[in-house]
Design a protein around this ligand. Sequence first.
Ligand code: KG4
Ligand code: ZN
Length: 327
Amino acid sequence: MIVLGVETSCDDTSIAVVSDNKLLNCTTASQFAAHCTYGGVVPEIASREHLQQISDVYCSALEKSGVNPSDIDCFSATCGPGLMGSLLVGVQFTRGLSLRYCRPFIPVNHLEGHIFSAFINNTPPPLPWLILLVSGGHTMLIRCDSFFSYQVLGNTIDDSVGECFDKVARFLGMGYPGGPLIEKSAYSGSDCVRFPDVLLSGSEIRFSYSGLKTAVLNYSRKNSAPLENICFSFQRAAIMPLVKAVRESLKIFSPAALILAGGVSANSLLRELCAETAQEHGIRFCVPEKQWSMDNAAMIAAAAFFRQTKNCCGRDDFRIDPALKII
Ligand code: KG4
Ligand code: ZN
């Protein structure tokens, strides 16, 4: 089965083709140059860029994958969460194709796409799964007992971990996106300060990253520690509580696999600690290759492929939803 996936929820125009979950091609046009002078994504610019790029990206993805449009069995696109204007471009473009070629259209939740990024070119592990989903918009622990059915075990009450990386990097004058830049700097740093714990106490798993951001800003205003040391201490304060929360969840729930996904899953410290934790508990560990951690269409096509093969794509009532939830 050949599936085309389209991802335009934020600032990348990305189109992928998979054949039986084997990735044939993923072509992405980055909007980095259009947004970088603003220090973040400007929604109006993003939707305009998607409009300009999407046809070329589509032609290029088809050509590189060696597939004719009439060979495609179903078309899929991210329908949320994300920026309204950007989502609209991708969904309407893809629905147009599905009508033109009389094939089904499968709307994909971007968060589910991230989860399935761990299974691009791979067979999913046995259920149930404990999922740590960490991106620019989300910080969640999710339980999955059966395909496409999710229960949120933990969440952030304010900023997401990725957002915190981005805001701290911006304040420190490092650029955007902050995660990879902070990770790189932390690599040559050492510990300089203990920042407050972002995992709140109580019976529920709740994170608060906004306090950590403020603590880093205050510390760097009052101290002249080297940048790499601030990055080291910040990265540890941002990452360790995620691992602690995974460990807490594993005390009350025995999954067959731990899945780490979302843009922050590219972080090496987080990957290593999650791998270690899974190994200690004797469960499988699945994480996307680093190139599929950040937003991309391969994960959307992979999620659509599994929805289609498991007969779970009848979503006639779907709508584009910038605030779409995972449950
Ligand atoms: O999943 P994603 O591409 O977009 C959203 O759906 O939000 O995640 C982007 C986020 C950004 O906040 C970026 O700073 C973060 O992922 N990120 C990282 C790393 N690479 C990307 N955070 C920490 N360490 C990294 N290596
Ligand atoms: Zn994402």
